[in-house]
Design a protein around this ligand. Sequence first.
Ligand code: HEM
Ligand code: HEM
Length: 125
Amino acid sequence: MNISRSFVLAGTVFLVIGIGFGIHMGASGKHDFAPLHAHLNLLGFVLPMVFALTYRSYPAMGESKLAGYHFWLHIVPSAVLLVMLFLLLAGSITEASMFPIAPIAELLIFVGVLLFLANAVKNAF
Ligand code: HEM
Ligand code: HEM
């Protein structure tokens, strides 16, 4: 698995959807989906691109097993969280019903970031 390429590909899928929501908001004048749009673009695209470039800049980080775990811990829970945010903003679910899946997804993303940190400390210096 080429970690940088995987982050670029997955991140760009989020960007396509995120910009789609941006255009939809601009065209309709309804900005209800702004938090979803922001996090699709930032959590979904900008962060994975930063990760991709970091793993490319520090090949020892990219080759570490931690990088593979980080990929799945970022992409899958982010997708789950963003689908839930979509359903929330669309009025299909309530904030209360996001428990416990949303906090678990957030925790998994956080664990991924901790692995990224551990990988950086181990392999980037
Ligand atoms: C064609 C591309 C894009 C369009 C048409 C677009 C459109 C919009 C619109 C209509 C809003 C709502 C503004 C408001 O309610 O005040 C918005 C908010 C926002 N957009 Fe975009 N956007 C685009 C690309 C991006 C990209 C690439 C990013 C980040 C990398 C981004 C980040 C944000 C953020 C952070 C907000 C504020 C969200 C909030 O206040 O909760 N947008 N955008
Ligand atoms: C699991 C990760 C994340 C969670 C759970 C989260 C959660 C939130 C929440 C609850 C809000 C307030 C929404 C509102 O007031 O409607 C917010 C706003 C925002 N978040 Fe995140 N966020 C996450 C990751 C990120 C990342 C990685 C970025 C940027 C790289 C980011 C950028 C923003 C921005 C720009 C706003 C809007 C601030 C504003 O309107 O003043 N978030 N986020």
